[in-house]
Design a protein around this ligand. Structure first.
Ligand code: 13P
Ligand code: SF4
Length: 303
């Protein structure tokens, strides 16, 4: 079957089943193109809660589909590839949160949505890369346990110096391995470009950046800028919407290694099979679902 034929079948089945397809900016271009909504993790979680369709096909990784299910427990949420996980989300467990709470009983627990449901259950509030600074600044507690991402955590600590932020040692393996030398090489190859990076990058890369933001914020920044050359420091799936919206701008990836293998597991064929067979439903224990909803709803209320 050609890409167009698969896309047509997906569109037909989607209408028949009253489904909505959500895709993250890191998905392959043909999956982004078949989606009803493409966004960053905050925008997609908000949409999952608000959209009327009873069936969500979530093209992303497992924590995103679980977040959609937690926010819309009455809906069926499908993750086209069950093995599409996030190594950073797996780095912290509920036990880790319990231990940190024992060590710092006066601290509030803020978890990045890139975390397991067990971690969310024990968190006071969640955040995404688009709202972490705002959320932490707004909390009444002075001491904050932040997990799992030490890089987003250290970025927030720089922006909110009035808070004491206890960092956990988690990281995104895709962003973490990009270094200042990659920035130097990219700037030499593309002189005059602005460097736009994700806060999951480590501090030596962030320190070189002209703009730091979530994937959605990076896209808005580049779309609205009068500048015509950009180096982009995040997973290269983001180049697809950027190139579509900015045909006159030169937009390149900071390194050719900026690929999240988990985000790239989902093919168009997987999306079709997911709709045909209704497979890989997200199933979570009801008590867990209810407990994990509170920190996510608090995030949505504050954003
Ligand atoms: P966003 O919150 O910017 O969509 O990023 C999600 C993610 O997984 C980054 O690696
Ligand atoms: Fe997880 Fe990193 Fe992939 Fe984002 S890019 S899904 S944080 S492994």
């Amino acid at each position: 079957m050609s890409i167009q034929e698969i896309q047509q079948d997906i569109t037909r089945l989607k209408q028949e089943k009253n489904a909505v397809i959500l895709a993250h900016y890191y998905q392959v271009p043909e999956v982004q193109d078949v989606a009803d909504h493409v966004g960053d993790s905050f925008a997609l979680s908000k949409l999952a809660a608000e959209l009327p369709q009873p069936l969500i096909v979530f093209c992303g990784v497992s924590f995103m589909a679980e977040t959609a299910k937690i926010l819309s427990p009455g809906k069926t949420v499908l993750l086209p590839v069950a093995e599409a996980g996030c190594p950073m989300a797996d780095m912290a467990t509920g036990k880790d949160v319990e231990n940190l709470k024992k060590q710092h009983p006066d601290a509030a627990v803020v978890s990045y949505v890139n975390s397991s449901t067990d971690v969310k259950v024990l968190s006071d509030i969640c955040c995404t890369s688009s709202n972490a600074v705002k959320i932490i600044r707004s909390l009444p507690r002075q001491k904050i346990i932040f997990l799992p991402d030490k890089n987003l955590g250290s970025y927030v600590a720089e922006k909110v110096p009035e808070k004491e932020i206890i960092l956990y040692d988690g990281f995104c393996p895709v962003h973490e391995e990009v270094m200042a030398i990659d920035v130097k090489l990219a700037r030499e190859e593309h002189p005059g470009s602005l460097l736009v990076v994700h806060p999951e990058c480590n501090p030596e890369v962030r320190d070189e950046a002209d703009y730091i933001g979530s994937t959605g914020q990076m896209i808005s920044y580049i779309n609205q800028s009068d500048h015509d050359k950009f180096i982009v420091g995040t997973e290269m799936g983001i180049l697809h919407p950027l190139h579509v919206s900015n045909p006159g701008k030169k937009i390149v990836s900071l390194t050719s290694n900026f690929v999240c293998p988990n985000m790239k597991k989902t093919s168009l064929q997987n999306v079709l099979e997911s709709l045909q067979q209704m497979k890989n439903r997200i199933e979570l224990d009801e008590t867990v679902l209810n407990k994990a909803r509170t920190p996510l709803m608090r995030m949505l209320a504050l954003s």
